[in-house]
Design a protein around this ligand. Structure first.
Ligand code: ACO
Length: 440
């Protein structure tokens, strides 16, 4: 073998092994060894062979992906090679979703056809409404979204034919089209409002605002600044390579579950406060701080380890999250329409103090995408419970793009990690009558 190899010497046996190294597109895109190549490293014939131990997948590549590139050290995010800054500035969510799924920006005709297909699948089966009506008035909208997403698989049983490209494309369109409707209906249910049906003459985000906020007017007209702001927020949240919920999507999908069930699982992962729930936690935190002059006291408590600064830190970004930079700009535009949020001043002070503090800089903790998104969502009129739902809608494109890639990848198999067994050695079963005596 050439120089693209690694030589490992096992000091337990003195044996050496030469194993190949795999490369990504360029150095920052990663290099790895096949974990199964380690299995030949044994101390004896009955030895299981060496594994890599990696709780939380800190340094394990689970896929070779062509969808999204993140360089956490330099704060870079690209979808299919396009910088997130250019997409946020010039694209729309539906165009970005097409790019993520099919790898190329659509031509004019392709975009028209794609948009029409999505728009014509925004309606929900009327029985879904009955399903939603069964939830308590105070049910969390994310719980309702996860439940109804899973239920959709029973409405489209052909979705289980996951090896059929035409079937897959149909479900992809349905899911991207119906997510805003499911989300909006869950919101209306929690407010006790009648459901507002989709308006196919509006844009994807304009229609979403219509389904959420339409009241008695004959025709809802979304505010163009808010419609565009939501578009940008959706683009920023559309994919983020192998994050927790995407790994759940790939993991469930690897068992060949239908995409509705897999997506419900991915959404459930996103519900967690360490993932999609963080923006709500940021708002709660800013409310608890209450005023800019109370920020230093709060930061001091974070530094003693009492709690974490929500909206700060990221497994991959060890630099300013590029999405947070764009969101800060969107915030200014939204506040121009809605009026400034009193929480913004606290957030800015928190960011200023943290970025000047060695505790945060030495741990490379910077604002992440969720630090400012919650303040914008609140200013736009969304209750905190809707925040993870607002994340799940655009991430649907990313989940599906990654699912599609996983299904077409001949190297992928059912996800099934190994373990290092740390428990008891073989024991003899003791009948109930003998157990007390044994313990004594
Ligand atoms: N506030 C204070 N300290 C922190 C924070 C934080 N937000 N995040 C990490 N740290 C500290 C840890 O305590 C640890 O310190 P130590 O070395 O003294 O023990 C060090 O920084 C490393 O942190 P880890 O927990 O090992 O980092 P990990 O990569 O596992 O966690 C995570 C990443 C979960 C995002 C974490 O930073 C966090 O909990 N942040 C707050 C929640 C949040 O904002 N989540 C949204 C993430 S973005 C998204 O999902 C869309």
């Amino acid at each position: 073998m050439g120089s693209d190899t690694l030589t490992i010497t096992d000091n337990r046996t003195g044996k050496s092994y030469v194993i190949p190294v795999l490369y990504g597109t360029y150095a920052a895109a990663g290099a790895a060894i096949w974990a199964t190549d380690l299995r030949q490293i044994k101390v004896s014939e009955d030895d299981f062979g060496l594994m890599s131990y990696d709780p939380g997948f800190m340094n394990t590549a689970a896929a070779r992906s062509r969808v999204t590139f993140v360089d956490g050290e330099r704060g870079i995010l690209r979808y299919r090679g396009y910088p997130i800054e250019q997409l946020a500035e010039q694209s729309t969510y539906l165009e970005t979703a097409y790019l993520l799924l099919y790898g190329e920006l659509p031509l004019r005709e392709q975009l028209k056809e794609w948009t029409e297909e999505i728009i014509h699948h925004t309606m929900l089966h009327e029985s879904i409404k009955k399903f939603l009506d069964g939830f308590h008035y105070d049910a969390h909208p994310m719980g309702m979204l996860i439940g109804t997403l899973g239920a959709l698989s029973t409405f489209y049983p052909e979705a289980r034919h996951i090896h059929d490209l035409v079937v897959r494309r149909k479900q992809t369109i349905r899911l991207i089209a119906k997510m805003p409707t499911l989300a909006a209906f869950a919101y209306r249910h929690s407010r006790g409002l009648p459901y507002a049906y989709p308006d196919n003459d509006l844009s994807y985000t304009g229609n979403f605002l219509n389904m959420l906020f339409k009241t008695t007017e004959l025709r809802y007209t979304p505010h163009p600044v808010l419609e565009r702001a939501l578009n940008v927020l959706f683009i920023l949240h559309a994919d983020h390579e192998q994050n927790c919920s995407t790994s759940a999507m790939r993991g469930i999908g690897s068992a060949h579950a239908d995409p509705y069930s897999a997506l419900a699982g991915a959404a459930a992962a996103l519900y967690g406060p360490l993932h999609g729930g963080a923006s709500g936690e940021v708002l709660r935190m800013l409310g608890e701080i209450g005023a800019p002059n109370r920020v230093p006291g709060y930061v001091a408590r974070v530094k003693t380890g009492e709690f974490k600064l929500m909206g700060f830190g990221h497994r991959v970004y060890k630099n300013y999250d590029p999405r947070a930079r764009i969101i800060k700009k969107v915030a200014e535009e939204v506040f121009g329409v809605t009026g400034i949020s009193p929480l913004l001043e606290i957030a800015l002070e928190l960011e200023r103090l943290a970025l000047a503090d060695d505790y945060f800089t030495s741990r490379q903790l910077y604002p992440n995408v969720d630090f400012y998104s919650g303040i914008i969502y609140q200013a736009m009129g969304f209750p905190v419970e809707m925040f993870p739902v607002l994340f799940a809608i655009p991430r649907t494109a990313g989940w599906l793009a990654q699912w599609e890639e996983m299904l077409q990848d001949p190297e992928q198999k059912i996800s099934r990690p190994r373990q290092i067994y740390d428990g008891d050695d073989l024991r003899e079963y003791a009948p109930l009558s003998r157990r007390g005596a044994q313990a004594a």
